[in-house]
Each structure stands twice: as C-alpha cells, then as structure tokens.
Design a protein around this ligand. Structure first.
Ligand code: NAP
Length: 236
C-alpha cells in the first residue's frame, strides 16, 4: 500500500495501523523528517520518498521509484490535501488548494491507473470529504475540490465497469477527524479520534467498498444532505 500524504493526521495513522496489520507500506510527503521518524518507528515494512504533489513530473517519477523499491503496489491511497494556505491573495490561496487537491490528485491517479491497468488489478483510494456534497461558503475551493475528485472517481469506476478493468476505486468521505487540518478550527461537531476514523477507513478499503464514510455516523449526514433541497443548502 502506498499512501500519498503520510506525514501527519489520517495518512500518518493509516501508515502506522497498516504496518501493524502486516502491510508493506510506502509513504510520501514534503516533510522528510516526519517520514524518517516514521521509518525509525515502523522499521523495514515502511518505505518512503519525498514528494510534492504540485511538482507533477517529479511526483510521478518518485511514485514509480517507490513502487520499484517496494517490489510492487496493490493499493494507492491518494490522501494529500489542504484546506488552507498562506498566500498573498485569496485567489493565490484558492489556486493552491486546486493545485494540491485537484491537479496533484489527477496526476497521481492517472499514473496509478495506468500502472494497475498494465498489472491487471489494483485499488485506488481517494480521500474526499463530506464537504464534497455541498458548496460551503467558508470553504469554496476546498468543498468544490472534493466534489471534483468524488465525481472523477465515479466516472473512472464507471469506466472500469464498462471496460471490465479489475481496478477498485474507493471514495473515502470523512466527516471531521482530529488532525493538523482541523486543529483549532471552530464550528466542528462529531470530531472523530484519528485512530478510530482510520481503522474504519482501513476496514472499508479491505472490503473494497466504493464509498466509505468515516466515522460511520457521517453516512446519515450525507443522506440528509442529499435529501435537502438546493434552496435550503443555498441559505446555510
Ligand atoms: N481532518 C478532517 O476532518 C478531514 C475531513 C475530510 C477530509 N479530509 C481529508 O483527509 C486528507 C488528510 O487530511 P488530514 O486531516 O490528515 O490533514 P493533515 O494532517 O494536514 O495531512 C495532510 C497530508 O497531506 C500532505 N500534503 C499536503 N500538501 C501536499 C503537497 N503539496 N504535496 C504532497 N503532500 C502534501 C501533507 O504532507 P506534507 O505537508 O508533508 O507535504 C500531509 O501528509 C486530506 O485530503 C483532507 O482533505 C480531512
């Protein structure tokens, strides 16, 4: 299993729990010191490579390098994401969210898809969000970036079904989970302990589910949002 964005929060916990369960895990991120510390902690079943998903060609090259080092890949978890960015302007911040959450995702999804197509099987897990289900005034680029990746994964799932490709695509939609991303944020509820959320996520990955809501109670929220008329969502 390769986790793109394994240096903190959900990705770091997933790396730890997966190694404990016996997986060979590869982790990436920009903060190499965090990856080195994980290597110290997890030992020979953890591999890593530095990666900035906005540097497309380098990121794809590094993914292939990591796959070779590990002797293969069966699952990739596209987890890297940001909800905020310090920039000189709002448009600069919004562009960076799109660069990481959308463009970075698409580039690595494409590379992994081609790899699995050649291999004849594989699983791509994309970490979206409950926020993908509606536009949020407080997080316009973030919620729409997650809507993009969920719709993108659905389209590829259809393509795999039509073309009889043995590639599973799992769309993970967390609610609120403790991590650096949510640290100090106001207005959150049902904030899940990272380990609990990640354990549920891994169970759904192993069951090869198409959709995973973590923690489980967020399925109810997703269902309510889908039933809510747009004129109500427009006034939230
Ligand atoms: N926490 C929540 O409540 C929540 C809810 C819904 C969805 N999510 C999603 O879950 C995923 C993980 O978030 P988290 O909550 O665990 O936040 P986090 O602790 O901030 O982790 C984000 C991860 O993304 C990586 N990343 C960010 N920018 C990157 C870049 N340019 N290149 C490569 N890697 C990059 C970070 O690594 P480096 O900084 O080392 O590069 C880090 O490993 C995100 O996609 C997020 O949108 C989180």
């Amino acid at each position: 299993m390769i986790i793109i964005g394994a240096t903190s929060g959900i990705g770091e916990h997933l790396a730890r729990i997966s190694v404990q369960k016996g997986y060979q895990v590869g982790g990436t991120g920009r903060r190499v010191e965090r990856l080195k510390a994980l290597k110290e902690e997890l030992g020979e079943n953890f591999h890593f490579i530095e990666m900035d998903v906005t540097l497309h060609e380098q990121a794809k090259k590094n993914l292939i390098h990591l796959i070779h080092e590990m002797g293969g890949m069966d699952i990739i978890v596209l987890n890297a994401g940001i909800s905020n960015y310090q920039a000189a302007s709002i448009i600069g911040m919004e562009q960076m969210i799109i660069d990481v959450n959308v463009s970075g995702f698409v580039q690595l999804f494409g590379e992994a898809f081609q790899f699995f197509k050649k291999q004849g099987h594989g699983q791509i897990v994309g970490v979206s969000s409950i926020a993908s289900l509606f536009g949020s005034s407080r997080a316009a680029p973030y919620s729409s970036s997650k809507a993009f990746i969920s719709t993108y994964m659905q389209a590829y799932r259809q393509r795999c079904n039509k073309m009889k490709e043995d590639i599973v695509i799992t769309d993970v939609k967390p609610g609120f989970v403790e991590s650096e991303m949510t640290e100090g944020k106001k207005g959150m509820f049902w904030v899940a302990d990272t380990e609990k959320a990640v354990k549920q996520m891994l169970q759904d990955i192993e069951k090869q589910k198409s959709y995973s809501y973590v923690t489980r109670r967020w399925r109810l929220v997703a269902w309510l949002i889908k039933l809510t008329p747009n004129w109500v969502l427009d006034r939230i």
